[in-house]
Ligand binder design. Structure first.
Ligand code: ADP
Length: 391
């Protein structure tokens, strides 16, 4: 069965086509700068093909994507595509699992737009284009928020007027759910323990940490929006909310300008003044740049604090997992985090940690908690859920 996994952003569209249930990737690619000018890259048989074309909207991208599937002989006709799985950012508190997309689901996604003003409209647009162009394929929504819906009320509510929750759905939702679910499932498999207590650290450009017990999320660091919890590439993460009014009154910034600064000019970028990319921060540290050293210290501290909090919340941990761009690749970041967790009896294996981008145990056998690097794979989760619902 051929399943297409789709991840659409406001100006990009990533895709992978799988043969399921074998989970074999047949072709993958990325459309970029949609609505600006446009280009796309296709990966096939280990080769990368890049083309510049005008992509005036998402429909243009999907049309080319379908043409290329036929051109490269991946499918002979479109009815071979049994399912299309869409990564959808916000499912609110309506969806706790992936679902088959019906007209009712599309309506709910539209209603949830205030919670994800940039992302949900792009998702709906792309879902409609696929519905129009590949009529017979089952379409499935895989939500970033769904995995976190198992949090208890006393965890997901903010201590603000209760009506904010009742009238405006203000609560903690959490994001990166598909990634946390993927690495937690894989980790439980490695441990051979279904009811394991696992702390998953998805640290990339965006970052979040989750506490997982028995395969269920009990807490996560992102909140109403992704700008909560950890310090990130360009996001502040947790701040004192009074800062917004303070900056509005004293720096004469508008609420939108402040929000933009907190999302795009803060985090590693805000403190270092150089870059949101952890590789640049690492280079700066090697050159003795004080602000890069400070940015990294603050970044590590936040991660350690969340791991410690979740260790207590879970009443222990069977494993800690690192994933995403930084978690999979930054040797220095992992070393600094694990050094800060020595009090929990964690002993890093220096030699093992000196690797990147592959599944590995990075602690010694004597470590009280084993720590793993598990490369995430959101696309395969999308394909699995789509296959299960479409078949
Ligand atoms: P996104 O949240 O955009 O999906 P990624 O998960 O791709 O982000 O992570 C991007 C981050 O991973 C960047 O900060 C980048 O510097 C970092 N990264 C990637 N490779 C390395 C590396 N070899 N060493 C250190 N950091 C790395």
């Amino acid at each position: 069965m051929k399943i297409l996994s789709v991840n659409a952003g406001s100006s990009s569209l990533k895709f992978q086509m799988y043969e399921m249930p074998e989970e074999k990737v047949l072709i993958s690619g990325l459309f970029e700068r949609i609505g600006i000018d446009g280009s796309y890259t296709i990966k096939l048989n280990g080769e990368k093909i890049k083309k510049d074309v005008e992509l005036k909207d998402h429909k243009a991208a999907v049309t080319i994507l379908i043409e290329e599937l036929i051109n490269y002989g991946i499918v002979k006709s479109l009815d071979e595509i049994s399912g299309v799985g869409h990564r959808v950012v916000h499912g609110g508190d309506k969806y706790t699992l992936s679902v088959l997309i019906t007209e009712e689901v599309v309506k709910v996604l539209e209603e949830l737009t205030p919670l994800a003003p940039l992302h949900n409209p792009a998702n709906v647009l792309v879902i409609n284009v696929f519905k129009e162009l590949i009529k017979d394929a089952k379409q499935v929504a895989i939500f970033d928020t769904a995995f976190h819906q198992t949090m208890e009320e006393d965890t997901y509510l903010y201590p603000v007027p209760y009506e904010w929750y009742e009238k405006y759905s203000v609560r903690k939702y959490g994001f990166h759910g598909t990634s946390h679910r993927y690495v937690a499932e894989r980790c439980a498999e490695i441990l051979g323990k279904e009811d394991a207590k696992i702390i998953t650290c998805h640290i990339g450009n965006g970052g979040s940490i989750s506490a997982i017990k028995n395969g269920k999320c009990i807490d996560t660091s992102m909140g109403l929006s992704p700008n909560a919890g950890l310090m990130m590439g360009s996001r502040s993460g947790d701040i004192d909310a009074s800062m917004i009014l303070f900056m509005h009154q004293n720096a004469k910034m508008s609420i939108e300008e402040i929000d933009n600064a907190l999302n795009k000019k803060s985090g590693l970028l805000g403190i270092s003044g150089i870059s949101s990319d952890s590789r640049d921060i690492e280079d700066g540290i090697k050159e003795g740049n004080e602000r890069c050293i400070l940015a990294q210290k603050m970044y590590i501290k936040k991660i350690i604090n969340y791991i410690a909090q979740y260790y207590v919340e879970l009443e222990g941990a069977d494993a800690i997992v690192f994933t995403a761009g930084i978690g999979e690749n930054s040797i220095d970041t992992r070393r600094d985090i694990l050094a800060g967790l020595k009090v929990l009896g964690i002993e890093m294996d220096e030699e093992a940690n000196n690797n990147r981008g592959k599944e590995m145990l990075i602690t010694k056998s004597t470590s009280k908690i084993p720590c793993y690097v598990i490369p995430t794979d959101e696309e395969v989760m999308i394909a699995r859920d789509t296959y299960n619902l479409a078949k």
